[in-house]
Write a protein that binds this ligand. Structure first.
Ligand code: CS2
Length: 480
């Protein structure tokens, strides 16, 4: 079968704009499926709408070079396949003009210093920020940051950006707009702080002209499987080794704080706002938080996919009550929408059965996710004198997953978390209830909530019920 490429697209229409006519104007860090289904699509559309073909992307993988190795032989071209109601036909995207292995020798600093590059976007996931998720400060004592500070070619994102931005200014090149597209509160401001902390530690000077707008990105993108690749090949007659599957919905809210020109993303449907915080908080506290609850409780109930978990009436009720009773009282929705309406839309999106999004995928990296998704809602509730029980339930289910990680078949699995070493050491040798208690009494993982005995006791009771009697016992423990 012919490999997909600039000259071979099977029966799919050629990508527009023609990739051969596109030059590089942005760098992306984190060439995963999400980038390919989101920013790269907006950029392709922006180039079509504006006729500006100088916004092609030089995209670097982070931890492994796999996506780069798959995309490079295809001239960067890949297929986007929407799944579910209102799905558009499969389409080829050609905005990624260079697919580079950032874990290897590719010179990311040089690319970021290119005067033609004006924008850098990032999807490096929460752990790529190298911060302590509890204090939200740069983890200066982490071995990778320490190694970067000791003078090797920078590997970590804060080091790469601090080095490149300082060098760019020294070269007299125009400032960069640095756009974080990860699920973290005030992601732009957080990234700016981490880069500045690295720069301070490394003795680098950062120019204020570089800008770090905060953003909200949204599109559900399951990991692509070999079966998806084979099905696409059969359907369209070309072998694409790097396609992406996604839901039809997409959203991008970006703060209007640019250092210079950016692609015409607003013409492609992105919204520019003065302050992204209301959108960001609503998305993290409703969508991402419900996702995590469905993942951790869903795994204990044998649900492989998010769409199966949300179809379980008990789980659906837990999510609805979490949104209405825990989140709505503490989160101010952006004008024109309520938290409950947004929640309805989110649960409908989760119910998309055509989207093979797995509970195990969402369960990964929990130590990085539970803070902004669940712990903050518990804290905000406590400030107002309320216990956010449903959020506590989600945290309890996460803790149980740390203590006893299983897949949807109930088979023990390896804890997929950048802090797995610390987490496993914290609970080693303890029976489940004691292990959950130890974990949730440790400020390294839950911050100040470790000292809230009612929080810890309630979470231990929920986790114990879930462990002993599954979702039925949990439902009776929370009086559902
Ligand atoms: C998910 C997100 O994996 C996860 O933790 O909650 O990746 C989610 O699918 C996206 O944020 C949707 O925009």
């Amino acid at each position: 079968m012919t490999r997909l490429g600039l000259d071979h697209h099977g029966d799919l229409p050629a990508p527009i704009p023609d990739p051969r006519a596109v030059t590089v104007g942005q760098v992306h860090l984190g060439l995963g499926a999400f980038h390919r289904a989101h920013q790269a699509v907006y950029t392709a559309d922006a180039m079509v709408r504006s006729g500006e073909n100088h916004w092609g992307i030089a995209a670097f993988t982070q931890r492994s070079g796999r996506a780069a190795r798959r995309l490079a032989p295809q001239g960067g071209v890949y297929t986007v396949v929407e799944k579910g109601p209102d799905a558009q036909p499969a389409r080829l995207i050609g905005s990624v003009r260079e697919a580079l292995d950032g874990s290897g020798d590719a010179d990311v600093i040089a690319r970021l210093c290119d005067p033609a590059v004006r924008v850098v976007t990032l999807t490096v996931t929460e752990k790529g920020y190298r911060h302590d998720p509890v204090t939200r400060q740069l983890a200066l004592d982490s071995p990778d940051i320490a190694a970067d500070l000791a003078g090797r070619a920078p590997h970590t994102v804060p080091a790469i950006l601090a080095t490149a931005l300082a060098r760019r200014s020294a070269l007299g090149n125009a400032p960069l707009t640095v756009i974080s597209c990860d699920n973290l509160p005030e992601n732009g401001r957080l990234l700016h702080r981490l880069v500045a902390q690295y720069a301070d530690a490394a003795g680098l000077t950062l120019d204020d002209a570089h800008r770090f707008p905060s953003t909200v990105v949204d599109r559900i993108v399951p990991a692509t499987t070999d079966a998806d690749i084979a099905a696409l090949e059969r359907a369209h007659g070309a072998h694409d080794a790097a396609p992406v599957l996604c839901e039809p919905f997409r959203q991008w809210v970006i703060e209007n704080d640019f250092a210079g020109p950016v692609p015409a993303w607003s013409a492609a449907g992105a919204s520019y706002v003065d302050d992204a915080t209301p959108w960001e908080l609503m998305k993290l506290r409703v969508l991402n938080a419900s996702h995590s609850i469905l993942a951790y409780v869903g795994l204990r109930s044998g649900h492989r996919r998010i769409s199966d978990a949300v179809a379980d009436p008990t789980l659906e009720q837990i999510c609805r009550r979490f949104i209405d009773e825990d989140v709505a009282p503490v989160v101010d929705a952006p004008t024109g929408v309520t938290v409950s309406e947004y929640g309805d839309q989110v649960l409908r999106r989760f119910a998309n059965r055509a989207l093979p999004h797995t509970t195990l995928q969402v369960a990964a990296d929990g130590s990085q996710k539970i803070g902004p998704r669940l712990l903050d809602t518990v804290r905000d509730g406590a400030t107002g004198g309320r216990r956010a029980h449903w959020a506590v339930l989600g945290i309890a289910a996460w803790a149980l997953h740390v203590v006893d990680p299983i897949d949807a078949d109930g088979t023990p699995t390896v804890l997929d978390d950048p802090r797995a070493g610390d987490l496993v050491a914290c609970v080693a040798g303890l029976a489940t209830p004691q292990a959950v208690r130890r974990l949730l009494s440790d400020t390294r993982f839950v911050g100040d909530l470790a000292d809230d005995t009612d929080f810890v006791d309630t979470a231990v009771a929920y986790a114990t019920a879930l462990h002993r009697g599954g979702i039925a016992a949990l439902a009776s423990e929370v009086s559902l």
